[in-house]
Design a protein around this ligand. Structure first.
Ligand code: PA5
Length: 419
């Protein structure tokens, strides 16, 4: 379903590329063998009872809540926000996000917005101990209890966490919150198609069956030898070897802005270790052609660009006809805006290539659940393969601990005293 093309002529030798693809393909078995490779079979191997419970919980939240506040950070936040922002929330329940920073101003905005409304909370943390969501949860839980009392508040809290351990797991059990599981064999940034992502996505009125169907279809084409995901991974690694150490994800749909954030975490946290990795960056065009376009065209030549495109064009918004041609747009009269957009896309790819930027293209058929499910799976697979090829573990994030240890020392957390 997901297509991959490239224009890297003059930067990458075709023979070298074919060899690199073989190297990447040889790493495919390592995905399913890995104890954190559970996401690879997820589209065909998920807990159906829990899936049904997610849908029921979403219906209940839609009935009784103007707002669902999703508390989580990193992989417990970016995936569902990415899907909801890309496809749009069609339900009456608005989704708000908390616990993704330590900014009191941001949390106050959430508190102010929900104060006069009905709301529920979905607190999401695999470890159940991450500081940012834990602090936000404590504060918002107090608001929930003030509004509804202990008993109803407990019925409005949905906890997504480890099946057996962690502070959140223990609290959910003690207080009787409805709970969903982050499977042991799936790490945070690969968890969007588990309850981590599916509950908020379902609350937003997005069809989670179709999302999983798309991922399943994509899995079928990638699982044996990596398919086009292996080709994308191979090309990234070759470009890195040639000094292109920044990858810029580019698309012409502003609703993809948050999808780009998910993609940045996926690749950045999976590959950026042991002094290795491509730095993932992103732009939204044509907006950013008027800010970053100059750099893309003529700045340092150490970056390559990956365009994510939607094949099926949105029709129905046309440039109208006017008697006079005061704005000089007569040559576009009657044309679909998508026609203009597609030409801008092509022009940008061509101009940047000529300016010294290798160009990769990833195409999804539609802007809908199935295509997005497929795209998520495509990137997860290519990221894991790419990291294996680079020689790093795609599923850990040891570097994230460094700031935490220092923060705990400064905050005086017991057991973290500064010596
Ligand atoms: O991808 C990851 O594993 C991380 O980004 C985690 O999702 C993030 O640190 C949040 O962890 P937790 O879900 O344990 O609160």
């Amino acid at each position: 379903m997901i297509d991959f093309k490239y224009n890297t002529k003059g930067f990458v030798d075709e023979e070298e590329y074919q060899k690199q693809i073989d190297i990447v393909r040889s790493t495919v078995p390592r995905v399913q063998e890995n104890s954190f490779g559970g996401w690879a079979d997820l589209p065909i191997n998920y807990d159906k009872e829990e899936f049904a419970r997610i849908k029921k919980a979403a219906e209940r939240i839609n009935l009784n809540s103007d707002y669902l506040v999703c508390i989580g950070i990193g992989g417990s936040y970016l995936g569902h926000k990415a899907v909801i922002e890309t496809l749009g929330n069609t339900s009456r329940t608005k989704i708000l996000y908390a616990g993704n920073s330590l900014s009191p101003r941001e949390l106050q905005k959430v508190i102010d917005e929900i104060s006069e409304h009905s709301f529920s909370i979905n607190v999401i943390s695999k470890s159940g101990t991450t500081t940012e969501p834990a602090v936000a949860f404590r504060i918002l839980k107090e608001k929930l209890i003030e509004k509804y009392g202990e008993t109803e508040a407990a019925q409005r809290i949905y906890a997504t966490t480890d099946a057996n351990k962690g502070a959140l797991h223990d609290e959910a059990k003690a207080k009787g919150y409805e709970s969903f599981v982050v499977p042991d064999n799936i790490g945070g940034r690969y968890s969007v198609l588990t309850a981590v992502g599916l509950l908020p996505i379902a609350v937003a009125g997005i069809d989670i069956d179709k999302l999983m169907d798309g991922a399943e279809e994509e899995r079928a084409s990638l699982i044996s030898d990596g398919g086009l995901a292996a080709e994308y991974a191979a090309m990234r690694n070759l470009l890195l070897e040639k000094g292109f150490d920044i990858e810029v994800m580019a698309n012409f749909e502003p609703s993809f802005a948050f999808f780009n954030e998910w993609w940045k975490q996926l690749f950045g946290e999976s590959e950026g270790k042991e002094n290795k990795g491509i730095f993932p960056a992103s732009v939204i065009y044509s907006t950013d052609l008027h800010s970053m376009g100059q750099y893309m065209q003529e700045g340092r030549r150490n970056l390559f660009e990956t365009f994510v495109e939607v094949k099926n064009e949105y029709k129905g918004v046309k440039v109208p006809k006017f008697g006079e041609d005061l704005d000089g747009l007569g040559y576009l009269e009657g044309k679909e805006m998508s026609y203009v957009c597609k030409k801008a896309e092509r022009a940008t790819r061509e101009a940047h290539f000529v300016g010294g930027v290798p160009v990769l293209e990833i195409e999804m058929p539609e802007l809908d659940e199935r295509s997005l499910g497929a795209l998520i799976y495509f990137f997860e697979m290519s990221c894991a393969l790419s990291a294996f090829c680079l020689g790093v573990n795609p599923f850990n994030q040891p570097g994230v601990e460094a700031y935490k240890t220092r923060m705990f020392e400064l905050l005086g957390k017991p057991g973290f005293e500064r010596k």
